[in-house]
Design a protein around this ligand. Structure first.
Ligand SMILES: [Zn+2]
Length: 60
């Protein structure tokens, strides 16, 4: 499982499983756990989910 890289600077390192890959409008991609990915989707204009491992049958 990929590490969650969607924490903000003031947060401790996130060790939760990261089944969501999101991309911003420049197609920069990052893996994140459910909570951090959803927050990033709300916070970043044009961000979208590009992969959801939960829907691909992989263990999160
Ligand atoms: Zn996280």
């Amino acid at each position: 499982m990929n590490p969650c890289t969607l924490t903000t600077a003031d947060q401790p390192h996130c060790t939760r499983p990261s089944p969501l890959e999101i991309a911003d409008v420049t197609s920069q991609r990052a893996w994140g756990c459910l909570g951090h990915a959803l927050r990033a989707l709300r916070a970043v204009d044009g961000a979208r989910i590009v992969r959801d491992l939960r829907k691909e049958g992989e263990q999160a």
